[in-house]
Design a protein around this ligand. Structure first.
Ligand code: RB5
Length: 148
């Protein structure tokens, strides 16, 4: 599976750790920056880059990291077709896939233990959407997007 990944400076360290962890497990990751943790950058730039890649179908899923995971989630969710879920613990990651068919995972590099973040990302990537009653709800989210 091809995964687009990005972060701002506050998420840089965790992004690097997640890339190492996930590539070890056979995932193919493409890094959309930022490329160092020393320069302060604007998280919407990286959220938009990753979200557009997922939205246009180049990548099946994306992972975004900022300080809390909130800013990148808000920004990514502005892009058509994106369902970005901020999951700072494992159960949220599982449910965001099973029920919400989240296509971008966001994590807070400053608020989550980095070992836990590895579990969150691994579980999120290996959990399937349940479909069934959730399909109509996802369609309603898309309808909101179209009518906005
Ligand atoms: C950067 O200082 C911080 O605001 C950002 O990483 C993120 O937490 C925003 O939601």
């Amino acid at each position: 599976m091809k995964i687009a990944i990005g972060s701002d400076h506050a998420g840089y360290e965790l992004k690097e750790e997640l890339m190492a962890h996930l590539s070890h497990r056979g995932f193919e990751l493409v890094d959309f920056g930022t490329y160092n943790g020393d320069t302060s950058v604007d998280y919407p730039d990286y959220a938009e880059a990753v979200a557009r890649e997922v939205s246009n179908g180049e990548f099946e899923k994306g992972i975004l990291v900022c300080g809390t995971g909130i800013g990148v989630a808000i920004a990514a969710n502005k892009v058509k077709g994106i369902r970005a879920a901020n999951c700072n613990e494992v159960e949220m990651a599982v449910l965001s896939r099973r029920h919400n068919d989240a296509n971008i995972l966001t994590i807070g590099g400053r608020v989550v233990d980095h070992k836990d973040a590895q579990d969150i990302a691994s579980v999120w990537l290996s959990t399937e959407f349940e479909g069934e009653r959730h399909i109509g709800r996802i369609q309603k989210i898309s309808d909101i997007e179209v009518s906005s």
